[in-house]
Design a protein around this ligand. Structure first.
Ligand code: BQF
Length: 297
């Protein structure tokens, strides 16, 4: 079988064009333009790249944004008091603290200090909790983006065996929640694998849908998957490559070339899941501006 390519770049552009129409409708009705506040602690180059992608996406859909830069030595107290001032600022709809944070800061504490009504990343325990009980919530952007891809390509999820490799708070865990819940998008039998899983292949070989977010290049090879599986590769790994201008290239967690003759559908890296993550951030920011998740009255 030759896999069909899931074109996340294309679908993200289509999705963002729809969001832009919604933003213009919202602003045309007399509302203030949505505003996203980004907080960057330190100068990690990958973080700077991701913030650049988010800033460009905001421009595309008509959302205003700016980035507050803090030193990598900022204290927890100072960072949280900065966040508090953004929580209390009515001109800010969404707040995003770019991760990872320097090691001296607790991301749990920092995320919890964000007003959950402005938590457009969907990482606050209030939003995570609401996800697990099927209440309206800001959904973590990467899993939400993967579900947009399932919808766009009419890839069925219900009653499938989904296997998620990686149990991070940001991707694997909310992805498994969304796959397994009995709501409009889920209803899959779901297995979570992680670094303590003894025999990874024993689980991946049974997957109809395999979502890989482990941060390990070439973790998933052709002999580990079933013929016709749907492969969603969330990994973004920088591999040294002197033939490129930047000196590196991006690869996922899956052996794309080996899998492309065995899977039914597969996401490339780059241009697969990544652009959808950014598109879903735009969607969440508009939801925050409209107070759709948490109505005022
Ligand atoms: C693409 C992220 C790991 C750690 C922190 C487009 C993005 C990535 C890839 C992007 C990511 C990954 C983001 C592509 C945001 C996704 O063309 O393939 C966009 O900007 N992402 C982040 O903010 O923090 C991370 C991955």
């Amino acid at each position: 079988m030759s896999a069909k390519i899931i074109d996340g770049k294309k679908v993200s552009e289509i999705t963002m064009d729809l969001i832009r129409d919604d933003v213009e409708k919202w602003v045309g009705a007399g509302n203030r333009r949505p505003f996203l506040k980004v907080v960057q602690v330190g100068t990690d180059p990958a973080s700077t790249t991701y913030i650049g992608a988010k800033t460009r996406a905001c421009k595309r859909v008509g959302i205003d944004t700016d980035t507050t830069h803090l030193s990598d030595t900022v204290s927890a107290k100072e960072l949280k008091s900065t966040i508090r001032s953004f929580n209390n600022d009515d001109s800010i709809d969404g707040i995003l603290v770019q991760l990872p944070l320097p090691l001296h800061l607790s991301s749990h504490d920092v995320i919890e200090s964000i007003d959950h009504k402005k938590d457009v990343d969907g990482f606050h325990p209030m939003n995570v909790g609401r996800l697990t009980v099927d209440q309206p919530t800001f959904k973590s952007c990467t899993p939400a983006g993967i579900f947009e891809l399932f919808r766009y390509y009419s890839i069925p999820v219900k009653s499938k065996h989904a296997v998620v490799v990686g149990a991070s708070n940001i991707v694997g865990s909310p992805m498994a929640t969304m796959l397994s819940r009995e709501n409009s998008e889920g209803k899959a039998t779901t297995t979570i694998c992680h670094k303590y899983t003894k025999d990874l292949t024993q689980h991946t070989i049974g997957a109809d849908i395999l979502v890989v977010a482990a941060g390990q290049p070439n973790l998933i090879k052709a002999e580990m998957v079933k013929e016709g599986a749907v492969i969603i590769d969330v990994g973004i790994n920088r591999i040294a490559d002197e033939t490129t201008e930047k000196g590196y290239k991006l690869v996922g967690d899956c052996d794309f070339n080996g899998l492309k003759n065995k899977a039914s559908w597969i996401t490339p890296v780059p241009g697969g899941v990544g652009p959808m993550t950014v598109a879903m951030l735009m969607k969440n920011t508009l939801l925050a501006a409209k107070k759709s998740i948490y109505p005022e009255e």
